[in-house]
Write a protein that binds this ligand. Structure first.
Ligand SMILES: [Zn+2]
Ligand SMILES: [Zn+2]
Length: 253
């Protein structure tokens, strides 16, 4: 993603504050995928091609660049704000009118590609047991997402998925078991790639580390309990810590 931001800097589109957001939007809308090896999705390509065919002014970087240069010139006092705004308004109105005219055609073309892309995105790979498609599903009972086989109920192959995460197909396969590798995207966290098999060799280290972490945390807890217990033994027992003696009820004569 850093390379996209750099490219935007080179061409001169966007400002420091907008570039990173723009790239995130490309991910969010499914126009690009991948972390180290970023690829434009078929859907992303179709959008650019469609817009280029119907409204070429909109996809050229010249327009964005010109507006940004104008803004800089206003800041430098070389251009009058009112003139620039008026010119921008006229240009955009013209482009949008052209867009409106072809809207139906553009929509039709994008819709087809969008459905195909969604279907394609849902197919993660091939079932290792029966050769049907592995698909991202949501369990009706638990509302949990998982990867299941399209051959269900004949084939019950399934893989668990992290919940509250967006799963993105990478098109890559694990070198250990040849199962698909998915990208896990969670809000506010780093994206990462992983093999769909929970018992994969690639996760051995990872699982071991988690196991050790758990054990460490547990032994820490045990130690702390022991320490406070010993500490308490040394302390004199205060009056308030003792169970209250019940007052004997006075029998009424
Ligand atoms: Zn299967
Ligand atoms: Zn694997």
């Amino acid at each position: 993603a850093a390379s996209i931001v750099r490219k935007m800097e080179d061409i001169g589109i966007g400002t420091k504050s907008t570039r990173a957001n723009t790239v995130q939007t490309l991910y969010d809308r499914g126009y690009i995928i991948g972390i180290n090896n970023i690829q434009v999705t078929e859907f992303g390509t179709t959008i650019v091609e469609t817009l280029r065919d119907y409204v070429p002014e909109l996809t050229s970087e010249d327009l964005t660049k010109k507006f940004e240069e104008d803004v800089e010139k206003i800041q430098a006092g070389e251009l009058k704000k009112d003139n620039v705004v008026k010119e921008a308004e006229e240009t955009l109105t013209k482009i949008l009118a052209g867009f409106k005219e072809k809207e139906a055609k553009i929509g039709e073309r994008l819709k087809k590609s969008y459905y195909r892309a969604r279907q394609e995105q849902a197919i993660i790979g091939t079932c290792p047991n029966c050769g049907s498609n592995l698909i991202i599903r949501v369990s009706r009972a638990s509302r949990k997402q998982f990867i299941g086989c399209s051959g269900y109920p004949k084939c019950t192959t399934g893989f668990p998925l992290p919940q509250s995460a967006i799963i993105v197909k990478t098109g890559k396969f694990c070198q250990h078991d040849n199962l698909p590798i998915i990208q896990v995207v969670r809000k506010g966290k780093r994206k990462f790639d992983m093999c769909i098999s929970p018992t994969c060799k690639s996760k051995e280290e990872w699982n071991k580390k988690n196991e050790e972490k758990k054990k460490k945390a547990e032994s820490k807890l045990d130690k702390k309990f022991e320490e406070t217990f010993k500490e308490n033994l040394k302390k004199p027992i205060s009056e308030s810590a003792l169970p209250k003696r019940r007052q004997p009820k006075l029998q009424k004569p």
